[in-house]
Design a protein around this ligand. Structure first.
Ligand code: NAD
Length: 480
């Protein structure tokens, strides 16, 4: 059985306790991962502190070369990384190979390029002084990520952190640690010095919390649930650390009657069920203007039913396994609550049969559509984070916007209309950090990424990430 130790300054560190890793598609334990204690985390922070001085004074062009080299190694090992990712999460292997792992390489290429073009600020006070602003890396960054897009989200933090000269202590989810473990071999092969990236594994409340509370970790970048994010804000905030939190969502997908329905239905199905609905950006609350509501529901349900649930290793599979049995029960529990609140289940709604013998113990749940719910009920308000969408009609633009804004979350939204003026108006009024008009998941890595309300604090991406991982220092020089 595979055994995944911590990696500190390029060396494996065995822990006292170990956690079983289950392959969600089969329900079988296939590996164990270390469960770090606060003392283990302290060793990782020490290694990162030791590496910081040398790495932060390495010229940006050299750091950039190392990151480009790493991206090339990720491309070389795409198949191996994709298989690890699929095995850990239950996502279709074809998707991991075509989407997740190429994006991992892109994260490194993007920030390798970005640091070559970074500019400083200069403010002139004619006749009296000049100001210039230095930006310096903060030190050891604590980087914590979830299980749904394991390496894609973790490297979205590692790349800007180390590109700007920080060292880091990372903690991927204890449910999906394998691809992060494999990445450490490539980091060493790319010539990134030992200790610049350290990989700690273990439970959030122990290993994760030890990173948050460590006095020598001044910056925290976290992606995960709103519940854990709120705990982190309290503790990191009390220590006056810098933190960036990317949290949960309950994203509205608003379809106006003038939309291109073919396009809206096809993309909305993708936005609902990609990665088994386990993407923070999934459009899980579908709001449809009354004149096209029935047509939209019928056609969407027909398309959702046609999606092929299968073994993640089968290239024809479109819907793989959920992350595990506990999560399946949480998803199913919210569907049962929706039913009890008077909702109608239009398709799916109960555990799917295993697609083959290998997947007999897997956590398969079909695409599920629920209509007829009150906007205030749990299924409309809580993040389900599974292949489940709710659908409701609205009468006019005002009501559409009001329903779209009617949750505590504010991560992403989708608007479908052919009316340009309305698209601008609704985008302005909608309370989310990201708005897609007539599209979903079109990502330009230069744009700010993150949510408002309970979906997060701060932004990732482009300049925002470069700023987060550096501390500004203004120097004012009198000129007379
Ligand atoms: P989670 O909050 O349970 O765990 C996320 C990570 O934080 C894991 O590594 C976990 O071990 C760690 N952790 C948990 N408690 C901690 C604590 N007290 N201190 C430090 N670390 C702690 O979330 P999850 O179930 O792994 O992921 C699903 C959630 O992540 C969903 O809510 C989803 O919306 C959210 N998410 C958000 C984004 C985004 O960009 N906004 C992206 C992906 C996922």
């Amino acid at each position: 059985m595979d055994r995944i130790p911590l990696t500190i300054a390029d060396a494996p560190l065995e822990t006292r306790d170990w956690i079983d890793i289950v392959e969600p598609a089969t329900g079988q334990v296939y590996a164990t991962v270390g469960d770090a204690t606060a003392a283990d985390v302290d060793r990782a922070v020490q290694a990162a502190s030791d590496a910081f001085g040398g790495w932060s004074s390495t010229p940006a062009s050299e750091r950039s070369d190392r990151l480009y080299a790493l991206a090339d190694l990720i491309d070389r090992d795409t198949d191996r990384l994709a298989l690890a990712e699929s095995k850990d999460t239950g996502k279709p292997l074809s998707v991991a190979r075509a989407v997740d792992i190429p994006r991992v390489a892109l994260n490194f290429r993007f920030f390798a390029g970005a640091i070559l073009h970074a500019e400083g600020a200069f403010h002139d006070m004619p006749g009296s002084a000049i100001n210039y602003t230095l930006r310096r890396p903060r030190g050891v960054a604590g980087l914590i990520s979830p299980w749904n897009l394991p390496l894609y989200l973790l490297t979205w933090k590692i790349a800007p952190a180390i590109a700007t000269g920080n060292s880091c202590v990372c903690k991927p989810s204890e449910m999906s640690p394998m691809s992060a473990h494999l990445l450490m071999e490539l980091i060493a092969e790319a010539g990134i010095p030992p200790g610049v990236v350290n990989m700690v594994h273990g439970r959030g409340e122990r290993a994760g919390a030890a990173i948050i509370e460590h006095p020598d970790v001044p910056a925290i970048s976290f992606t995960g649930s709103t519940r854990a994010g709120s705990w982190i804000a309290r503790h990191a905030g009390a220590m006056l650390k810098r933190y960036s939190l990317e949290l949960g969502g309950k994203n509205p997908n608003v379809i106006f009657a003038d939309a291109d329905l073919d396009d809206a239905i096809e993309t909305s199905v993708r936005a609902a069920f990609s990665n088994q609905g386990q993407i923070c950006l999934c459009g899980s609350r579908i709001l449809v203007e009354r004149p096209v509501y029935h047509e939209f529901v019928d056609r969407f349900v027909e398309r959702a039913r046609s999606l092929r649930i299968g073994d993640p290793l089968d290239d024809a599979t479109q819907v793989g396994s959920l992350i595990g049995e506990d999560h399946l029960h949480k998803v199913d529990g919210l569907v049962r609550l929706a039913e009890d609140s008077g909702g109608t289940i239009r398709c799916g709604g109960k555990r799917a049969e295993a697609p083959n013998d290998r997947c007999e113990g897997g956590a398969f749940y079909p695409p599920t559509v629920i209509t007829g719910l009150d906007a205030e009920c749990d299924a409309e308000q809580e993040e389900i984070f599974g292949p489940v969408v709710t659908m409701s009609p609205f009468e006019d633009e005002d009501e559409g916007v009001r329903l779209a804004n009617g949750t505590r979350y504010g991560l992403a939204s989708i608007i479908w209309t052919r009316d340009l003026a309305r698209a601008h108006r609704v985008a302005e009024r909608i309370e989310t950090g990201i708005v897609w008009v007539n599209c979903w998941m079109l990502r330009d890595l230069r744009t700010p990424f993150g949510g408002t309300k309970q979906s997060g604090v701060g932004r990732e991406g482009g300049l925002e990430a470069l700023r987060f991982f550096t501390e500004p220092k203004n120097v004012c020089i009198r000129t007379r």
